[in-house]
Design a protein around this ligand. Structure first.
Ligand code: GLA
Length: 352
């Protein structure tokens, strides 16, 4: 069984240039690409000032463009999901008039970045601008993981991010005998959009009740000792976060010394904690994880990202990839899509 082949950057670039030429009657002057990401471990820890360990993917979003002088922004997207290319035009924001989120929703990310861009500075500040765009224009109170890995990812490496200090360190991930398999459940439960902000609020409430700035400052023993100060649910949410931050530090160390078995065990602990304490998994993701774990050669598997659908990530021997995909597909009640990706580079300007 084969994984889907992501479109190559050069193919996407040729397609984007053609669409630009047809729309604007000239060649674009600039092209940039930004990667997708998969989080290996450290889930729902970023907005708790914790640790995360994502890697950038070979799947990219590509953007071509040219400056214009009339104060307008013209956008054209050729998303594979839409039958027709979609367009939008709006004036640049001024000190007197800000951009506002609206429809079409895909344009909100672009508008948000344009609106907040004047506040950007160094790399970490650029990631923060993109995070603000997601908060205020896409309405998701996300952490900083996605934006930092998209900017700082490096080929052949995962990135350990300390979301409190914004310090990052590269962890080599290029052993040819190892593979990272991403399995898309192809389900997305609408619950996710309301549960994410709720989880964030619950974590902040627990930290406050324990007199701490964030759950990053809380040790497991302190949480146990303060059990009476928080709700039962809040306690379980915090137990996930506190344990997950520790697991992430341990997993980064395990990966650095090539101990894939230890890494895999931590992934599985992470999944069960997300399922039972944080309650952001769903039956489809649980099925995918259990199916993967029953295949020899699989080190570990877990849901990845916000939850309530989306993808799982599995660490396995490269030679086991084909039989793992086969087995998952046989066991899964839905239709899964598979991606095998090396750890790739972050956002970059492309040569035209
Ligand atoms: C989403 C958010 C991230 C992070 C994950 C959960 O992907 O965008 O900031 O919180 O959920 O780890």
């Amino acid at each position: 069984m084969a994984a889907s082949r992501p479109p190559q950057v050069q193919e996407l670039l040729a397609e984007a240039r053609r669409a630009f030429r047809e729309e604007f009657g000239a060649e674009p002057e600039l092209a940039v690409s930004a990667p997708g990401r998969v989080n290996l471990i450290g889930e729902h820890t970023d907005y708790n000032q914790g640790l995360v360990l994502p890697m950038a993917l070979e799947l990219v979003t590509l953007l071509v463009g040219s400056p214009r002088t009339d104060g307008l922004v013209s956008l054209l997207t050729t998303s594979k999901d839409a039958d027709e290319p979609q367009r939008l035009q709006f004036p640049l924001p001024t000190v007197h008039r800000s951009l506002e989120p609206g429809t079409p929703r895909w344009a909100n990310y672009v508008k948000g970045v344009i609106q907040h861009y004047p506040d950007s500075g160094a790399i970490a500040a650029r990631a923060q601008v993109c995070q603000r765009a997601e908060h205020s224009f896409a309405g998701v109170p996300c952490g900083i993981m996605d934006q930092l890995i998209a900017l700082l990812g490096q080929k052949g490496h995962a990135l350990l991010i300390d979301c409190r200090s914004l310090e990052t360190s590269l962890v080599p991930l290029s052993d040819p005998k190892l593979a990272v398999l991403i399995t898309n459940s192809n389900v997305r439960h609408s619950l996710g959009s309301s549960e994410y902000p709720l989880r964030r609020r619950q974590c902040e409430e627990v930290a406050r009740a324990l007199g701490k700035e964030s759950l990053r400052e809380v040790r497991l023993e302190e949480l146990e000792a303060g059990r009476e100060l928080v709700s039962k649910e809040g306690f379980r949410r915090a137990r996930h976060v506190v344990g997950e931050i520790r697991r992430t530090a341990q997993a980064a160390a395990a990966l650095s010394r090539g101990d894939y078995k230890a890494f895999g065990r931590l992934m599985v602990e992470s999944h069960y904690s997300l399922r039972d304490d944080y309650e952001v998994s769903c039956s489809e993701l649980d099925q995918l994880v259990e199916a993967a774990l029953s295949v020899p050669g699989v080190y570990g598997s877990r849901m990845t990202g916000g939850g309530f659908g989306g993808c799982t990530v599995t660490l396995l021997e490269a030679s086991a990839a084909s039989r793992t995909m086969q087995h998952i597909q046989e066991q899964y009640s839905g239709t899964a899509t598979f991606y095998l990706s090396q750890a790739a580079d972050g956002a970059k300007v492309l040569c035209l």
